[in-house]
Design a protein around this ligand. Structure first.
Ligand SMILES: Nc1ncnc2c1ncn2[C@@H]1O[C@H](COP(=O)(O)OP(=O)(O)OP(=O)(O)O)[C@@H](O)[C@H]1O
Ligand SMILES: [Mg+2]
Length: 301
């Protein structure tokens, strides 16, 4: 046998090994639901977008039920900029008046949602776009921000408009889609008791859906390797007391706070595992589901 056929045989064996390595994961996760928060860079870079869509389609075809929840902060900012509308943030939350909410709804429920649906469908999946308002899925509650009293200034309640949190979830519409072989793609909008539409952080929508759907996994894709410590090193696993300490020490701040909190809530309410993974890694989702190559932070209770 010459050297090149030896090399070919070795490559074939490697490929076969890689494929068969996925078997235990397919067996374990067949028939389960995995809720994926899709956001950050993975939603902007074209090559990453395609590999994300292919991962989702592959999951569905091997019998796993993916549910995608997406963000869209940068796309909302872009649209508002184009309209010449300035935005103000309070505690990292966008002050959202009625006019801004109309734009948010157009961008999240229209542009971004449809783009992800098309992306998945172009890879052979059957995705259906939903907003949290469809089927009365996500009930929202207005977020009230209270600024504590400082010196002689009294405490203050700041109205940031149509920014909400999840108050309850009715996942019947997701179940109906899944049973017909569709992949639900959910925009993080909800309706309040007051009949108003609310913009909700997509991580928290994904977490709440994962709990109600009794998901096997909650996967939060983001733009960092996972949760980092104060020196910038990846923390591959975190439990509730370690999380509390990192929040207290202000190591976990900003956009990582809703992620870590909803991940912890999810595992405390029956979701088997919650992961914060790097959406900038090609096929991050595939690696997370079908191999034991950890690509981020695993949250446990
Ligand atoms: N300890 C930490 N480790 C890693 N990232 C952290 C930490 N604390 C805060 N962050 C910040 O959290 C950010 C991720 O949250 P962010 O809300 O910006 O992105 P996203 O949720 O993935 O995207 P989007 O909100 O647009 O859907 C990181 O880019 C980082 O700046
Ligand atoms: Mg975020």
């Amino acid at each position: 046998m010459n050297e090149s056929s030896n090399t070919t045989n070795r490559c074939q064996a490697d490929i076969a090994n890689i494929l068969i390595e996925a078997l235990p994961y397919i067996q374990r996760f067949h028939g389960t639901t995995v809720v994926i928060k899709y956001g950050g860079n993975a939603m902007i870079d074209d090559a990453l977008k395609t590999s994300f869509a292919r991962d989702v389609v592959m999951m569905k075809l091997v019998g796993i039920n993916p549910v995608v929840v997406h963000g869209g902060g940068p796309q909302i900012s872009q649209a508002l900029d184009r309209m010449g509308k300035s935005t103000e943030f309070v505690d990292g939350l966008r002050v959202t008046d009625k006019e801004t909410m109309d734009t948010v709804e157009m961008v999240l429920g229209g542009l971004v949602n449809n783009e992800i649906v098309s992306l998945i469908n172009s890879q052979g999946g059957k995705a259906v776009g939903l907003s949290g308002k469809d089927g009365d899925m996500i009930r929202a509650e207005k977020i009230i921000i209270t600024k504590a009293a400082v010196n002689d200034q009294p405490s203050e309640i700041i109205d940031i408009g149509h920014v909400g949190k999840v108050s309850s979830v009715d996942a019947n519409v997701v179940d109906a889609m899944q049973s017909q072989g569709f992949i639900p793609v959910v925009a993080p909008l909800g309706v309040g008791e007051d009949g108003m539409t609310y913009n909700i952080n997509a991580d928290t929508v994904a977490g709440a859906l994962a709990s109600v759907l009794e998901a096997e996994k909650l996967v939060l894709m983001t733009n960092t390797p996972g949760v980092l410590d104060s020196s910038g090193n990846l923390l591959t696993g975190l439990n509730s007391s370690e999380i509390a300490k990192l929040i207290e020490d202000k190591v976990i701040v900003g956009g990582m706070l809703p992620k870590i909190n909803c991940g912890l809530d999810a595992v405390n309410t029956g979701v088997k595992s919650a992961h914060i993974i790097d959406g900038r890694v090609d096929h991050a989702l595939l690696l997370e589901i079908f191999t034991d190559t950890g690509v981020g932070t695993l949250i446990s209770s």
